[in-house]
Design a protein around this ligand. Structure first.
Ligand code: VG1
Ligand code: CO
Length: 557
């Protein structure tokens, strides 16, 4: 195998965000743009982490993945990687890549995805690198990669023909080989070891229970039929948008109340289904809905944690520890407290959970941004979350005779609130703001937080503390600072501000609002109504309209 040295120059702006490097496709298609980043990555890894080693390659099927896969394979070969395991047609969800890395003891893997960002020639592309236990590369590595993109001068490329990724099997090129693998089978095997498929099947085959899943024309299209239909007995028409398309059918593959509107409409229609779910571009997010009922992701992880031991065989000995990202509501904290479990609060982004899991401290975790998962892999996992919820509902109904009223998704949630209290939660997103105004607003808030005093009055709320969240990893001692400005009040209410690290144009401001309500008689209130005073406070404290000229949020969750 001949390896050529391609001269190159540094390209600006290749710093990874919350989850990999994301840019417009057009940016990635510039000469050497992707190649520089991939080569910089190899320049950053210790050689023993990839020389003659095995790397996994998958993606969500978006536009440019096919061309990108060939570039990545050639540079990997050029740098001495021994073998690449690639999903057929370049397809593999983020959780499946994590599962395959772990099962096959690979050194790491690439995921070609910009997750929930839209795809197609005018939209976004992205690349993530995961390490040997399947977790997203830590900041120590991504910082090194960025450093190397600033000084890169040479790309090492193997001179091999394009690899046919459409057929399963191994192709050898000297000491290097490519194996095209089925993107579903390892992942499915793992799911079968985590859950009681028989139990879920008993629910999905009932005539008085209707299930729907919206793959949003993204990667879970490849997983939904083999898992829900073929293995678990759901009817074939329960899957919508089940074919992965390069532009996600012109959609925004983000499972939330705004972008998964069709599913939401179905679930809120008269005589709608009993259970609805959706996943995002790369299959790591999930949205769970009951009949005319939305489960907020912060509640979802808390409810899964509270029910895991009885409903999910993987947790038959009980979870060891729980964790959430800082802006996620405190619903999970209450479960940890009642069950007597260790609890962690980490910055936004899944990379912070992995160390805790590797150290045996953490079993179940989640983020308010529709991310839920466990230590079965090192990524959030959309299909896993759906199976977890189906397990809970199936377990509650396992002895119900035909015709008897079933325990519904909303019953489970309301029962949970009655036991633990309800954490009202909402997130306001202001997408594509002018970067300058958004940055100034965060700086202003950071300054305000640092000057704020305990006991200060904010309308009807009394300040407990305000800060810019910083996290010290209890396993390796690494510190992440400036992770979000928070104002926490004496009744436990919180308002939090941060800038998104996953966008590809302008800046996105996220405001997270939370208030705890122990009184059961108030649990049926609409979250937007219950949180109105706190939302108004957040807008006035931040002077958002002055800084950004944004009148309304683009997405409300
Ligand atoms: C967002 C979410 C965060 C999530 C990240 C990656 O980040 O808020 O919770 O981990 O996306 O999810 P940000 O920086 O835009 O707020 V995914 O599904 O894009 O891999
Ligand atoms: Co995603």
């Amino acid at each position: 195998m001949k390896i050529s040295s391609v001269p190159t120059k540094p390209i600006e702006g290749q710093k990874t965000g919350t989850s990999g490097l994301r840019k417009k496709v057009k940016v990635f298609m510039q000469e050497n743009y992707l190649s520089n980043w991939i080569q910089a990555l190899f320049n950053s890894l210790p050689p023993e982490d990839y020389k003659n080693g095995v790397l996994v390659l998958g993606g969500d099927g978006r536009y440019f993945n096919r061309a990108a896969a060939q570039i990545i394979i050639k540079i990997a070969a050029g740098n001495g990687v021994g073998k690449i395991l690639v999903g057929r047609e370049g397809i593999m969800s983020t959780p499946a890549v994590s599962a395959v890395i772990r099962k096959r003891k690979a050194n790491g893997g690439f995921i070609m995805s910009a997750s929930h960002n839209p795809g197609g020639p005018e939209y976004d592309w992205g690349i993530k690198f995961n390490y040997s236990s399947g977790q997203p590369a830590p900041e120590s590595i991504t910082d090194k990669i960025y450093g190397n993109t600033l000084s890169i001068s040479e790309i090492k490329m193997a001179e091999i023909p394009d690899v046919d990724v459409s057929r399963l099997g191994v192709t050898k090129y000297g000491n290097f080989s490519v194996e095209v693998i089925d993107p579903v089978s390892d992942y499915l095997e793992l799911m079968e070891s985590v859950f009681d498929f028989q139990l879920i099947r008993s629910l999905l085959s009932r005539s008085d229970f209707r299930f729907v899943f919206d793959a949003m024309h993204a990667v879970t299209g490849a997983y939904a039929k083999p898992i829900f239909v073929d293995k678990l007995g759901a009817s074939p028409d329960s899957i919508s948008n089940g074919v992965a398309l390069e532009d996600f059918g012109h959609g925004h593959p983000d499972p939330n109340l705004t972008y998964a509107k069709d599913l939401v409409n179905t679930m809120y229609s008269e005589n709608g289904p009993d259970f609805g779910a959706a996943s995002d571009g790369d299959g790591d997010r999930n949205m769970i809905l009951g009949k005319k009922f939305f489960v907020t992701p912060s509640d979802s992880v808390a409810i899964i944690a509270a029910n895991a031991q009885e409903a999910i065989p993987y947790f038959r000995n009980g979870p060891v520890g729980l964790a959430r990202s800082m802006p996620t509501s405190g619903a999970l904290d209450r479960v940890a407290e009642l069950l007597g479990l260790t609890f962690f609060e980490v910055p936004t982004g899944w990379k912070f959970f992995g160390n805790l899991m590797d150290d045996g401290k953490l079993s179940i975790c989640g983020e308010e941004s529709f991310g839920t998962g466990s230590d079965h892999i090192r990524e959030k996992d959309g299909i896993w979350a759906v199976l977890a919820w189906l397990s809970i509902i199936a377990y509650r109904n396992k002895d119900k005779k035909p015709g008897e009223k079933l325990v519904s998704v909303s019953d489970v949630v309301k029962e949970h609130w009655a036991t633990y209290g309800r954490n009202f939660f909402s997130r306001y997103d202001y997408e594509e703001c002018e970067s300058e105004g958004a940055t100034k607003m965060i700086e202003y808030l950071r300054d305000l937080a640092s000057k704020s005093k305990e006991g200060a009055k904010y309308g009807d709320y009394v300040l407990q503390f305000a800060d810019d969240f910083a996290y010290t990893d209890p396993v390796d001692g690494s510190v992440a600072s400036k992770q979000g400005v928070r104002f926490v009040f004496t009744d436990g209410s919180r308002i939090i501000f941060r800038l998104s690290g996953t966008g590809s144009a302008g800046a996105t401001i996220r405001i997270y609002i939370e208030q705890f309500e122990p009184d059961v008689s108030k649990h049926d209130m609409d979250a937007q109504v219950a949180l109105k005073p706190l939302i108004d406070l957040a807008l006035s404290v931040s002077k958002l309209k002055d800084f950004t000229a944004m009148e309304e949020p683009t997405v409300i969750t």
